[in-house]
Design a protein around this ligand. Structure first.
Ligand code: TPP
Ligand code: SF4
Length: 344
């Protein structure tokens, strides 16, 4: 067996802090193996985690790693990718971190579709803090905060993340090893935002309360609950393990409507002296004229000078050529208005 993936682990920090039988170790190991197989290394790959037992993963990767505040893992990952698009950015975190306190970022980061890969250790519980119910806890589950059974329906992550193309959403479990490996690889090579929802076990603070004596019993339960679906899918049912993906539909930008105005010859325009121009200053119901490059324009209909603002119009009746030439988009603003004369 090729054990070179161990180069990507900080073995000097082992033994790790996770409980025996916890699924997080399997996530870490298989992600490290897939990263190694792709030939990625500490020269081009960054790992980012939030807070939680799962959030400890990046600290064990022999890569540049960021351990971010709870819920902010995606903001950090997206920032890194924006500043350094040449880097491979992988996120290793928990379902609580990514979908509860970090839920808003999940919505908007996935919408913006940065090329980052998220591995969500989905143990359906807040492990680190003692086994509280979270957004992914199945209805009816007895937890420390729902001793009579969780009353709410869980967040249907698979539905949420496959609503708007482009998307890549894979659901797998730590038990279905070959499928698990395939999902990790496909997600890493996907161009855009990819999310791997890895159903995993927290044997100590969820499993035991549910009546499981060993992690292996929990894995068998995953096998009963889920089945693998093969082939190209655009959505997954709640008990299906598979990959749902869709590429971006081509966006046709709305055509800009450009109204061609016939050019009025200078000579045919009414002549104005500067003194005559000064009279059109908007006071007493008079129109607002200004001059630009020898032409006189009527700005009376501009929304900038309606109502009370009209009386405060300090630009009216003036030759504004110098001012408009240095103003951003100045020319465009003037050309929208009718030319009523020429400056002589
Ligand atoms: C702002 C903030 N709120 C709450 C916490 C407490 N807290 C730490 S980890 C965690 C939940 C982690 O759950 P999950 O992401 O599912 O990770 P797990 O421990 O299950 O792997 C919570 C609520 C915190 N550290 N910071
Ligand atoms: S508390 Fe649960 S999630 Fe945390 S290390 Fe132990 S088994 Fe894993």
């Amino acid at each position: 067996m090729d054990r070179s993936y161990k180069d990507l682990l900080k073995l000097r920090r082992f033994p790790h802090t996770w409980c025996p039988g916890c699924g997080i170790g399997a996530v870490l190991k298989n992600v490290a193996m897939a990263v190694k197989e792709l030939g990625w290394s500490d020269k081009n790959t960054v790992a980012v985690s939030g807070i939680g037992c799962s959030g400890r993963m990046s600290g064990y990767m022999n890569l540049d790693a960021v351990h971010t505040p709870h819920g902010r893992v995606l903001t950090s990952a997206e920032t890194i990718k924006t500043i350094r698009p040449d880097l491979n950015v992988i996120v290793l975190s928990g379902d609580g971190d990514l979908t509860s306190i970090g839920g808003n970022h999940l919505l908007h980061t996935s919408r913006r579709n940065p090329d980052i890969t998220v591995f969500c250790n989905d143990n359906e519980i807040y492990g680190l803090t003692g086994g509280q119910a979270g957004p992914t806890t199945p209805r009816g589950t007895k937890t420390i905060t729902s001793p009579r059974g969780e009353p709410y329906s869980p967040l249907r992550l698979g539905h949420l993340l496959t609503q708007q193309a482009p998307y890549f959403y894979a659901r797998t479990t730590v038990y279905h090893l070959n499928h698990f490996k395939k999902c990790i690889h496909e997600a890493l090579v996907w161009k855009g935002f990819s999310f791997v929802d890895i159903v995993s076990d927290c044997i100590e603070l969820n499993g035991r309360r549910l009546g499981f004596k060993t992690a292996h019993q929990m894995f068998k339960w995953f096998d009963e609950r889920f089945h693998i679906v093969e082939g190209e899918r655009d959505h997954l049912g709640e008990n299906e393990l598979g990959i749902a993906r869709a590429v971006e539909e081509e966006v046709v930008p709305p055509a800009e409507k450009v109204e061609e105005k016939p050019e009025i010859p200078m000579a045919s325009l009414k002549p104005f002296t500067l003194e005559e121009l000064h009279r059109f200053d908007g006071t007493g119901g008079k129109p607002i004229y200004i001059a630009y490059k020898g032409k006189v324009y009527d700005l009376s209909s501009s929304p900038l000078f309606q109502g009370e603002k009209r009386m405060r119009c300090h630009i009216a009746g003036k030759d504004l050529t110098k001012d408009i030439d240095v103003a951003p988009h100045g020319e465009d603003l003037v050309f929208k208005f009718p030319a009523v004369g020429r400056l002589v």
